[in-house]
Design a protein around this ligand. Structure first.
Ligand SMILES: [Zn+2]
Length: 201
């Protein structure tokens, strides 16, 4: 049986977690009945499928204009097949998106050619933006980091949760933290979480 006290001893930054520690967290979430392995498998398989990566490129007018009518998809399919199937930056196979090699900010609409497109994961794509200055602090996407903080640190008040999120470099509006705090409320009702009576929410 996996338990939460063990997770508390893991490194404070998720970037320093070993594969064994991630495995422990998954087992813990299954043990407490949060998720089932078939649900985890379905999510992983779904995110391995580069859904609508090619078709969204092919439906973009600024790509279509380089090809005779109805020929765009053939070129995109060829481009798609020739890719490595991994993120150009971090190498993951999960959540791949089509992204520019030389950014659109530099080339404008001329950036939209297949030679200038590569596959990059959603996370690497997002952390490049200026609004994500702290993006490198966590390996997780911000949605995932919110739940990671909740399950691994177990803050007892909403303010403590919000502070943890801010200290972790999450820059989203605080309504997003309030929204995520719902998980603590739901779990508390099932006896799976402890919220202090002093908590604002
Ligand atoms: Zn990546």
């Amino acid at each position: 049986m996996t338990d939460y006290d063990t997770i508390k001893t893991f490194p404070e930054s998720d970037r320093d977690w070993s594969e064994k520690q991630w495995q422990y967290l998954l087992n813990y979430l299954v043990d407490i009945g949060m998720v089932k392995y078939n649900e985890i498998a379905s999510l992983v398989l779904g995110h391995l499928n580069p859904s609508q990566v090619g078709t969204s490129v092919a439906s973009n007018k600024s790509f279509q204009c380089h090809y005779p009518p109805r020929k765009c998809w053939e070129a995109v399919r060829q481009w798609h097949f020739e890719q490595s199937g991994k993120c150009a930056d971090c190498g993951t196979r999960l959540e791949l998106q089509a992204d520019h090699i030389i950014p659109k900010e530099e080339l404008g609409d001329a950036a939209n050619t297949l030679d200038n497109m590569t596959l990059r994961c959603r996370r690497c794509n997002v952390v490049k933006r200026p609004s994500h200055k702290h993006g490198g602090k966590t390996f997780l996407t911000s949605e995932a980091a919110l739940m990671w903080l909740l399950f691994t640190r177990r803050p007892k008040t909403y303010d403590e949760f919000m502070k943890l999120c801010r200290n972790y470099g999450l820059t989203m509006a605080s309504v997003r933290f309030e929204e995520s705090w719902a998980m603590a409320k739901w779990l508390e009702r099932e006896g799976l979480y402890t919220i202090s009576p002093n908590s604002k929410y």
